[in-house]
Design a protein around this ligand. Sequence first.
Ligand code: FDA
Length: 304
Amino acid sequence: MPNPLLLAAARSERIRGLVTSVPLTRGVVDRFVAGEDLDAATRTVRELTGAGLRVTLDHLGEDTTDRAQAEATRDAYLAMFGAFAGEGLARDADASVKLSALGQALDEGLALDNARAICAAASEAGMTVTLDMEDHTTVDSTLEILGKLRADFPWVGVAIQAMLRRTEGDLRDLAHEGSRVRLVKGAYAEPEAVAFQAKAEIDRAYLRGLRTLMAGAGYPMIGSHDPRMIDIARALADRAGRSADSYEFQMLYGIRAAEQRRLAETHRMRVYVPYGGDWYGYFMRRLAERPANLAFFLRSFVSR
Ligand code: FDA
């Protein structure tokens, strides 16, 4: 399961200062992040879409309590939609949005207004939007904002975390026609009262979630690199008589890249592409998911 110490470090300003001040970190970050600016993201998207993959773009940032910063994040998404529409990259493309980066903790109304502006601009560009899910304290608020956004933009999707005990009920509510749901295992440190802790339990919850979504009338997005989950999702889709365009797989940029390309030959496969300067929290969650990543990171220091 994700390393709790690293997840705590992901929220520590002191450790952020340490990690981000070391120039060598950059090389390791590049494995998971497309680059610091829109040009770098555009290059990555061109390469991925050229190989038959779809994309969802995440302008990195989270947990802001500063109105100006929340609006700057909104504007970064608007700039991205404009650029993608202009460059012919918007077709089938999606944007992943963290409401905490749009001011959710400061003022839910502000986050909703910013998210609305993002959805309107995405719609104009011909793109869709999916709300990322953050720690469990934000789930009610995120689902409420989702409901309000969907009144005007019914294609807005959401990530749902299998590790949360409440998720079975949320998935049942969301498995309706037109609903786009990305099922993920969950990347945050959560207390036992609200979340399964053991990998086996989380995997079982993920399988239950897959069954609900595949049997439902919505559009399931399978956000996992786990080969077992992917195989089972395909079998469930076949059993439910789903066509290949009625669901999709999603993986993170830099993780199992060869498998992403292989899956794209037969299925809809979307890559989550993060870009921007505020990569610290995202990067630390990727280290926390896999001890080998941390070892790779530490080796890059000692091998110099
Ligand atoms: P698991 O962790 O069991 O890994 C299965 C295999 O995948 C590993 O054995 C390894 O081969 C590979 N792998 C997994 N993680 C790796 C890593 N970091 N580095 C290298 N290899 C790795 N979470 C969340 O809480 N809210 C969200 O909104 C999202 N959004 C999201 C979007 C998309 C498209 C994906 C794919 C994932 C997310 N996540 C997320 C993250 C998710 O919750 C989860 O932490 C990771 O996907 C890892 O879980 P797996 O399902 O891949 O399985």
